[in-house]
Design a protein around this ligand. Sequence first.
Ligand SMILES: Nc1nc2c(ncn2[C@@H]2O[C@H](COP(=O)(O)OP(=O)(O)OP(=O)(O)O)[C@@H](O)[C@H]2O)c(=O)[nH]1
Ligand SMILES: [Mg+2]
Length: 363
Amino acid sequence: MERKNQIIAAVVIILIIASYTFITVPYYSSMLWQHNRHVSVPGIEGMSEIERFRYLFNNWPHDKPKAVIYFLLFKPRIYSTFIKTLKQLDKFFIKRFKYPVVLFHEPDLTQSDKEAIRFSTSAEIIFHEVSFSTPDFLRKPAEDYMKVCPYPSHIGYRHMCRFHTKLVFETEIMHTAEWYWRLDDDSNILQHIDYDIFKHMENQNYKYGYALISQERDDCVLGLKNNFTHYIKTHNLTPTFFNEWSWSDPVDQIYNNFEIASLEFWRSSQVRDIIEYIDQSGGIYLARWGDAPIHTMIVSIFIPRAQIRVFTDIAYSHQLESTVDRNYTAVDFIKFMLTFTVISVFILFLLQKYLLKSLFIAT
Ligand SMILES: Nc1nc2c(ncn2[C@@H]2O[C@H](COP(=O)(O)OP(=O)(O)OP(=O)(O)O)[C@@H](O)[C@H]2O)c(=O)[nH]1
Ligand SMILES: [Mg+2]
């Protein structure tokens, strides 16, 4: 019996060490490897973030699109969500195609948060601070409108919607770059992307790209379509596909947590003008219009379908929506089996050692 216990204990220890080695060591060693590989451009130390960005694009290969990937960071989700997303993006796209990642963040981001983010990726990271406040033209106090479409109920969400709708395009970075790919901290790139999506957009004369369509709640777009319709009429516009789109029951929206687009488009005077009109109406705060339905409407007014690329070939997911059936890889399966086995053997070992023994003694 003594000998049997020793054998079981040895097996358990070996399995624990094996699973640790198999899962944890590669994880940390890849982090170290990536960190050491982080390319620091000579002479760039001491530059501000925006100077580093300018330097990068001033020395950009002439045949490569001036493109950035951008996120808006939300401090409470950096460690739980964002870093995992960034690692996936790094592994499946940036390592090969090397585009900079711009991280817009509020003032609460600390130096150690920045270091942790840089440490987790091989990507060239540019931090860009933004401060949010309700616009001056909004006269009503927040408590008067936060009950309209309170999903979610924090005002930061409305600031975020205004940022993606309008403010992001007013930053110097977005004035310098030609293309952007917006992702959210909960955007998952699930497999390798084996072509340069920005070059693809440029070569095929696309202006806008997305991966998924989702549905917005009717009570979160109150008055939005009417505002756009009014603008279309008063400006005598002929929309490309605005009139064919489903704007109610349900409201379809381009799920712009994955959005690739030409910045020339968003910087054009006609687009800036319509964004200004929508912004000034106050609906982003008063009715919680999301950036997704707003962008969808703008795109459906100005861009022909032929210039829109739907990236269903990229394995992407956000919340429950996905371009692929979630299929788990062989490595995921082995990791699961190994963890399951270790835990089961450990429980059996404890049962055998303590519970059965005490039962035996009791009887
Ligand atoms: N700085 C800042 N960023 C935010 C805030 N709320 C959301 N974000 C960011 O904006 C992006 C979209 O936020 P989500 O909460 O995922 O919004 P959503 O995709 O409409 O909602 P879900 O369907 O629940 O994912 C994410 O990258 C967040 O990090 C906020 O209050 N402040
Ligand atoms: Mg989200």
